[in-house]
Design a protein around this ligand. Structure first.
Ligand code: CAA
Length: 379
């Protein structure tokens, strides 16, 4: 077993770190306060290749492995989880499925601009009454000659208003339950497609989370991915990879908060010495470092398992479950080390704590990860 990162992996880490410090850090507090999507920053991420990292270069991607992707996700998430979730959705939830299951025509038309970062994608599974219970889709696509008519509402859609291309999960045969669900590529400017209200959130406030409404939207037959009835499997497989990205995001949030707390503890003096010299603080730092190291190993293991071509559903759920808990624990402790300063925006750690919470909710709650893990154990 080799725990050494390659030259390429280290170069990705360095590039992501530099981008984070120069482009994401300035303005991150303001974007969080006023819930501003990091539009210019995400555009630059596209130019630098962060939005299609794992896609084959022949479709304008970076041709990198999943480990490179999680390394970049960790670095960006140390500072701006709103930017990193846009990146995660585009890479894992949109490009991955299009590359794996799309037709050549679909890849030419949609994957290329998505992987090049010229446009952003969104993944539309959740509905007002279908969150964890993803089989309960109400959105319906009815075949009508050479197209489908799409009707319904999606909720909690990341990149909701910034995306141009949407992968939409919908029922085509409701009587067949999850085997009657299909998946379609939908363009934003099509008639009948309305971007609804933006959510005013606790964390990842810069991320644009919207509801979407479809009213008799004409979706050409050639925009269905795979056969009719393939949509649920498509969504589950996509989420297996998505969860690795969110686990990496959680890891980054934890690592970012830890680095800030460590630096602060060396500067801040109390009772005549830096607080890092007090055992009360040292024990906290030791616990945080241990949790982060364990989370990183699980995230890397999940990425590695995917790169080996093995079943990674279990590894990704374990990584997400653990890393998201670590993100919560570590960010709370980072605030505690900062004392009163940790409770104000200027010191960043309160934002990281708010951002951490979503990693236990989206792309499957912690309870959903436990279902996936326990089913894997008992299979
Ligand atoms: N990988 C591959 N296939 C899977 C799977 C997985 N992890 N989990 C289930 N499946 C397959 C099953 O094998 C089964 O297939 P067959 O019928 O062919 O045998 C089919 O899916 C149905 O499985 P279940 O009977 O187990 O379905 P269920 O109703 O019990 O639900 C669940 C299983 C794990 C709870 C699933 O519904 C689930 O993962 N829910 C959470 C959904 C979710 O993560 N939503 C997040 C929204 S996306 C988001 O947040 C994106 C964003 O914007 C950031």
């Amino acid at each position: 077993m080799n725990f050494q990162l390659t030259e390429e992996h280290l170069a990705v880490k360095e590039a992501a770190k530099e981008f984070t410090q120069t482009e994401l850090l300035p303005g991150v507090i303001e974007r969080d306060t006023h819930a501003i999507f990091p539009k210019e920053q995400v555009k630059k991420m596209g130019e630098l290749g962060f939005l299609g990292m794992m896609v084959d270069p022949k479709y304008h991607g970076g041709g990198m492995d999943t480990l490179s992707y999680v390394i970049a996700m960790e670095e960006l998430s140390k500072v701006d989880a709103s930017a990193s979730v846009a990146m995660s959705v585009n890479n894992s939830l949109v490009c991955w499925g299009l590359e794996k299951y799309g037709t050549e025509e679909q890849k030419e038309k949609y994957l290329k601009p998505l992987a090049a970062g010229e446009v952003l994608g969104a993944f539309c599974l959740s509905e007002p009454e279908a969150g964890s219970d993803a089989t309960s889709q109400r959105t319906e696509a009815v075949l009508n000659g050479d197209h489908y008519l799409l009707n319904g509402t999606k909720n909690w859609i990341t990149n909701g208003s910034s995306a141009s291309i949407y992968l939409v999960i919908a029922q085509t045969h409701p009587e067949l339950g999850h085997k009657g669900i299909s998946v379609f590529i939908v363009e934003k400017n099509w008639e009948g497609f309305v971007v609804g209200k933006k959510e005013d959130k606790l964390g990842i406030r810069g991320s644009d989370t919207h509801s979407l409404m479809f009213s008799d939207v004409k979706v050409p037959l050639e925009n269905r991915i795979g056969e009719e009835g393939f949509g649920f499997t498509f969504a589950m497989e996509t989420l297996n990879g998505g969860r690795i990205g969110i686990a990496a995001q959680a890891l980054g949030i934890a690592a970012g908060a830890y680095e800030l707390a460590l630096a602060y503890s060396k500067e801040r003096k109390a009772f005549g010495k830096p607080i890092s010299q007090h055992q009360a603080i040292q024990f906290k730092l030791a616990d945080m470092a241990t949790q982060i190291e364990a989370a990183r190993l699980l995230v890397y293991k999940a990425a590695w398992t995917k790169d080996q071509g093995e079943d990674y559903s279990q590894a990704s759920a374990i990584a997400k479950l653990y890393a998201s808990q670590v993100a919560m624990d570590v960010t709370v402790e980072a605030i505690q080390i900062h004392g009163g300063y940790g409770y104000v925006k200027e010191y960043h750690v309160e934002r990281l704590m708010r951002d951490a919470k979503i990693t236990q909710i989206y792309e499957g709650t912690s309870e959903i990860q436990k279902i996936v893990i326990s089913r894997g154990i008992l299979r």
